[in-house]
Design a protein around this ligand. Structure first.
Ligand code: ME8
Length: 537
C-alpha cells in the first residue's frame, strides 16, 4: 500500500455458495482480474475483492439436504471450491469476503442502524410474490404484466396460485409476513438525477437504458427482512428479523473495507469503489437498490457498474440458447476448458473473444480456433522463432541494443501508440480491442521476419549489423507484447520475461515499459518448449 498511488477498488459479485463455481462465475472473476492486473501494471494501488454470499433460506436448506450439522459447516465445505479455482485461474484478489465473517456482520448491523436513524426503514406487513430460487420480491403489477406478455406470446396461462417469475419463469410463492421495509420509493427522482449527472455510471449504454426505464416505471418500497428463518444477519434492533439476503450481500463492498469496524481508515481511503463488475442478472440490485441504500445511509456511490452478458449454451433437447446456470444444470466446469487450453489460453479466449456487454455462445470449436490462430500460430510462433534465431546467430544471447536502435523501422512504427490505444480499450473493458492491439504488433513482427529474412542476412558477414538490428527489433516487440498480454496471460508473460533474461517483476509502469528501446540485450535467451503447442482436432 502506498499513499501516493491512486487507489483503484474493483469488485466481483460475491457468489452463492450452493453450487461450485462454473464457467459463468469464472468469466466474471477473470474479467475483474484482468482489469485489476492492468491497473496494477499502470501503477495504481489496487484492491480487488471477491467472495462468497453465505446467508439465506436456500443455503440453510442446502446444508440440511446435504447432511451438514449447520449452514456454516456447509459454507465452510464449499469455500475450497472457490479458493482453489481462483488459484488455478491465477485470480489475484487481495481479499476474499464471506458474509458470515464477524467483520461483515458488524458492518451490516451498523448500516441497518444508520438506515433506522435516518428514517429510511419501517416495519409493516408484507403480502406479495417471492421467487425463492432468485430470492427476489415482485409486485402484483410486475407479475400481472409478465403473465399478460406470456399469454400474448401464445404461452399457456400459469396457475394463478403460482404465477411465473418475471425474471426466470419459475413459479412464484405468495408470502405474507411482518417485515422491515426500505423506502426505495423515496429515491426514484434522486436516482434519475444521479444517472443523468453521471452518464458513465452504468456501462454499457444498453444496460443504462434498461435501468432508466425500470426506474421511470416507478419504485416500490422493498421488504428487507425475513422472520421465518434465522440464517442471516439479525437486525440489531429487532432480533426476530434477519436481513434480506440481497441487502446483506450488497453491503459486502463496504464491510470488506472495514466499514462498521473500529478502524474505518481503509473505508475512508478507498470508498467509493471505482467499479463493481456484475452480470446482467443482478443489474437492478447494483444499479438501483444499492445506490439507493447508499444514498439513504449518506454514503457516496460507486463510480461505475460494469455489466456483462451471459455465457450461453444450446439446450440439446429444445434447441434453445440458454444462459449457462447452476439451476438449469447446463454448466461446463472450468477445469474441462483448462484441460484443453491451459490456464492462460483459457483466460485469453474468454477475455478476447467475447464482447463483454452482450451474451455470448460458448463453443469448443471456437476455443480451438482462437487458440491456434492467436496463440499457437501467432504469439507462440513469434516467440519461438525469434528466440531460436537470436540464440543461433548471437551465441545463445539477445543482440545488444544497437546504437541505432531508435532509427525508424517498421516495428518501431507498429509499436508507436500501441500503449495509448491498448490502455484506452482496457480501461473501458473493451478487452477484445485491447487484445487486438497487441495482436497487431505481434503480427507485424511475424511479417517482419518474413520480409527481412534474418537467415539470409546471417550468411553475409557484411550484414552483421543489419542482422543485429532486425533481431533486436523483433525481440523488442516481444518484450513489449509480453507486458501488454500480461493481464490476460500472466504466467506466459512471466515465462517470456524469463526466457529473455528480464527481471521477474517488471520495473516501471506499463506505459514506461512500452517505450521503445527498453531491451538492453546481450543476455542469454532460452528457446524452451512451445508456449502453445498446436491443438489438433
Ligand atoms: O447473484 N454467464 O450470486 P451468483 C456469465 N450472490 N456470467 C455468469 C453466468 C453466465 N452464464 N452465470 C453466473 C449472486 N454468472 C449473488 C450476488 S453480489 C452483492 C451478490 C456470474 O452465484 C455473473 O457475474 O448467482 C452473475 O452476475 C453472477 O455470476 C451471479 O452469481
Amino acid at each position: 500500500m502506498s499513499e501516493d498511488k491512486l487507489s483503484y477498488y474493483i469488485t466481483t459479485p460475491i457468489y452463492y455458495v450452493n453450487a461450485k463455481p462454473h464457467l459463468g462465475t469464472a468469466y466474471c472473476t477473470v474479467m475483474a482480474d484482468v482489469q485489476a492486473r492492468f491497473r496494477r501494471a499502470c501503477g495504481m494501488d489496487v484492491k480487488f475483492l471477491t467472495g462468497m454470499d453465505e446467508h439465506g433460506e436456500k443455503v440453510a436448506e442446502a446444508a440440511e439436504k446435504n447432511g451438514f450439522d449447520s449452514p456454516q459447516a456447509w459454507c465452510d465445505s464449499m469455500e475450497p471450491a472457490f479458493a482453489d479455482l481462483w488459484k488455478t485461474l491465477e485470480i489475484s484478489n487481495d481479499d476474499f469476503i464471506r458474509t458470515t465473517q464477524p467483520r461483515h456482520i458488524a458492518g451490516v448491523q451498523k448500516f441497518l442502524k444508520v438506515l433506522l436513524d435516518r428514517g429510511y426503514i419501517y416495519k409493516d406487513a408484507y403480502d406479495g410474490w417471492y421467487c425463492r430460487p432468485d430470492e427476489t420480491y415482485f409486485t402484483e403489477t410486475q407479475v400481472r404484466h409478465h403473465e399478460e406478455e406470456r399469454v400474448a406470446a401464445g404461452e399457456a396461462p400459469a396457475d394463478p396460485e403460482h404465477p411465473l417469475c418475471p425474471d426466470c419463469d419459475r413459479p412464484l410463492e405468495r408470502i405474507k409476513e411482518e417485515s422491515w421495509f426500505f423506502k426505495l420509493s423515496a429515491f426514484e427522482q434522486t436516482l434519475l438525477d444521479f444517472y443523468e449527472a453521471h452518464p458513465d455510471f452504468i456501462q454499457p449504454e444498453t444496460r443504462r437504458n434498461e435501468v432508466l426505464s425500470f426506474v421511470k416505471g416507478g419504485l416500490k418500497d422493498l421488504s428487507i427482512s425475513r422472520s421465518t428463518f434465522d440464517w442471516g444477519v439479525p437486525f440489531p434492533f429487532d432480533e426476530k428479523h434477519v436481513a434480506y439476503v440481497w441487502v446483506d450481500a450488497l453491503i459486502n463492498y463496504i464491510t470488506a473495507l472495514g466499514y462498521g469496524s473500529d478502524d474505518e481508515a481503509e473505508f475512508d481511503r478507498r470508498w467509493p469503489a471505482q467499479v463493481h463488475v456484475v452480470g446482467k442478472d443482478i443489474i437492478r440490485f447494483h444499479c438501483v437498490i444499492w445506490p439507493a441504500l447508499l444514498m439513504a445511509a449518506g454514503l457516496p456511490l460507486p463510480e461505475k457498474v460494469f455489466v456483462h452478458g451471459f455465457l450461453t449454451v444450446r439446450n440439446e433437447e429444445t434447441g434453445k440458447i440458454e444462459k449457462m446456470s447452476k439451476s438449469r444444470g447446463n454448466v461446463i466446469a472450468p477445469e474441462e476448458v483448462v484441460e484443453l487450453l491451459g490456464v492462460d489460453a483459457y483466460r485469453y479466449y474468454f477475455m478476447s473473444d467475447v464482447v463483454h456487454g452482450t451474451d455470448a455462445p460458448i463453443s469448443w470449436s471456437r476455443m480451438r480456433q482462437v487458440y491456434n490462430a492467436d496463440l499457437a500460430n501467432s504469439w507462440g510462433n513469434l516467440v519461438s522463432r525469434a528466440l531460436n534465431m537470436s540464440a543461433k546467430y548471437f551465441d545463445g544471447c539477445a543482440p545488444a541494443r544497437p546504437a541505432n536502435y531508435d532509427d525508424e523501422s517498421p516495428l518501431k512504427e507498429a509499436c508507436a501508440g500501441v500503449y495509448d490505444a491498448y490502455a484506452a480499450h482496457m480501461a473501458s473493458f473493451d478487452y477484445q480491442d485491447g487484445a487486438a492491439d497487441v495482436h497487431a504488433i505481434v503480427a507485424a513482427a511475424n511479417l517482419d521476419i518474413e520480409n527481412s529474412a534474418p537467415w539470409a542476412l546471417a550468411k553475409d558477414p557484411e550484414k552483421a549489423d543489419e542482422l543485429a538490428f532486425v533481431i533486436w527489433n523483433i525481440l523488442e516487440v516481444i518484450r513489449i507484447a509480453a507486458e501488454l498480454y500480461a493481464p490476460f496471460m500472466p504466467e506466459i508473460s512471466a515465462e517470456v520475461r524469463r526466457r529473455l533474461s528480464l527481471p521477474a517483476e517488471p520495473e516501471g509502469t506499463l506505459e514506461e515499459l512500452c517505450r521503445w528501446g527498453g531491451l538492453a540485450g546481450g543476455s542469454p535467451v532460452e528457446k524452451g518448449q512451445a508456449l502453445f503447442p498446436r491443438l489438433v482436432d
